[in-house]
Design a binder for this molecule. Structure first.
Ligand code: NAD
Length: 409
């Protein structure tokens, strides 16, 4: 099943509960604009490489569109569209004044030098600068991109449209970025993992957590959960997995990763692999890498009681149905990883006001929005006897639908 079909399946489940008409469903699902561009790059050795870049703008009923930019070899139009629709529901669920978009380049950033990464990022902005901007569509980091790429985007966009740091978020703190943006997605994941467990009469302290992916989201989630007293017993990255049933020393793993470039051969743990990680003897499983990793083939192997979707679209609908049957509670991506876009919103607000918030203010506002949104979704789930995912979609689709009708079609 394609990524977009997966996203649509979840939309339809909620739309059925809501009784939305076929015409309205079509309107809400259809993207506003899809841009596909050539991104040509002169490599350091003088060779020319040509990549395909995408920016897909799904919906702007609630405000300018917002969504990350992914550099990954598997990026394609279908995946970008699926992720753009997720952004529409996500921004509505946490009630920030944005629509949804997403972008990406089908490229492996690990194979590029810093100079090549810079040139490819600037070239992409050359191709799409007319359709993005602080009141149109605001990119941010996603897999394979980070603050440095966002700095290049701001600079390149400024060459066409003048100085305007609000055109992109996730920038370095030294260049109009927000304190707390880098950690925000992982922090939101950790806060909601704690609240989810507490709501089900479990303690976070001592709870065993397995995390797939140790990049921006996975490493910050691990770090906050470790600080809050959880035992992070297994983590993985693209090179493999490591495991220690007594709990990994997360600050030491982060230092090791910074020195060695990956967690491979980390000494104070057993080696494992990504398949074993997903089946870990853990209380909480946190997929925080790529999409589509929990499928009909492995959902019955999952031993965790809770799945917190830090990655976008990690669970196929077939796996989701198996989890529901097995009473495994899934905190869906559209809420679980919304901390990043929420603090991106704070960054955009600060850029527009030319007024900097301190880290504590960012964290307090983030925690408040995440917890309020979680409580809202829990109430919908209880009232309508639906999963947290369907409840989240009901909240998001309802807000976007009302804005669409109020604004006029
Ligand atoms: P990242 O590039 O910083 O890290 C990705 C991690 O996943 C790395 O550790 C990488 O080694 C690992 N990985 C890649 N392919 C893998 C594979 N096949 N098996 C196991 N591990 C693999 O990316 P990120 O920003 O941490 O994003 C991770 C996920 O979170 C993505 O699904 C992204 O869409 C989602 N997300 C990110 C943000 C954000 O603010 N960065 C916000 C919302 C959602």
């Amino acid at each position: 099943m394609s990524s977009y079909e997966t996203a649509t399946r979840y939309f339809e489940q909620a739309a059925n509960v809501m009784g939305i008409s076929p015409n309205m469903r079509k309107l809400l699902k259809t993207p506003q604009r899809e841009v596909k561009v050539q991104v040509a790059l002169e490599m350091d050795d003088g060779q020319i490489a040509t990549y395909i870049g995408y920016r897909i703008q799904h919906d702007s009923a609630r405000g300018p569109m917002k969504g990350g930019l992914r550099f990954h070899p598997e990026v394609d139009a279908d995946e970008v569209l699926a992720l753009a629709t997720l952004m529409t529901w996500k921004t509505a669920i946490v009630n920030i004044p944005y629509g949804g978009a997403k972008g990406g380049i089908a490229i492996n950033p690990r194979h590029l030098s810093p100079g090549e990464r810079e040139r490819v990022t600037r070239k992409f902005v050359d191709e799409i600068h007319d359709v993005i901007g602080p009141d149109k569509d605001i990119p941010a980091p996603d897999m394979g991109t980070g603050p440095q790429e966002m700095a290049w985007i701001m600079n390149q966009y400024g060459k066409y449209h003048g100085y305007n740091p609000a055109c992109v978020t996730g920038k370095p703190v030294e260049l109009h970025g927000a304190d707390g943006r880098n950690e925000a997605t992982g922090r939101g994941v950790a806060i909601l993992t704690r609240n989810l467990l507490e709501h089900h009469e479990h303690q976070l302290k001592g709870a065993r957590i397995a995390i797939q992916g140790f990049g921006n989201v996975g490493s910050f989630a691990a770090s906050f959960l470790h600080d809050m007293g959880a035992l992070v017993i297994a983590i993985s990255d693209v090179s493999g997995a490591i495991h220690n049933p007594k709990g990994l020393n997360i600050p030491a793993v982060i230092r090791y990763q910074a020195e060695h470039g990956s967690i491979e051969d980390y000494p104070a743990a057993d080696e494992s692999d990504n398949a074993a990680l997903l089946a870990s003897e853990a209380d909480v499983l946190i997929p925080a890498a790529i999409g589509g990793v929990l499928t009909a083939d492995n959902a019955n192997d999952v031993r965790a009681k809770f799945v917190v979707e830090a990655a976008n679209a990690p669970t196929t609908p077939e796996a989701d149905a198996i989890f529901e049957k097995r009473n495994i509670i899934v905190l869906p991506d559209v809420l679980a990883n919304a901390g990043g876009v929420t603090v991106s919103y704070f960054e955009w607000v600060q850029n527009r006001q030319h007024f900097r918030w301190d880290l504590q203010r960012v964290r307090d506002e983030l925690d408040r929005i995440m917890i309020e949104s979680f409580d809202h979704i829990r109430l919908i789930a209880a009232e309508k006897h639906v999963s947290l995912r369907v409840a989240a979609y009901i909240l998001g689709i309802g807000r976007v639908g009302r804005a669409t009708v109020l604004g006029g079609i």
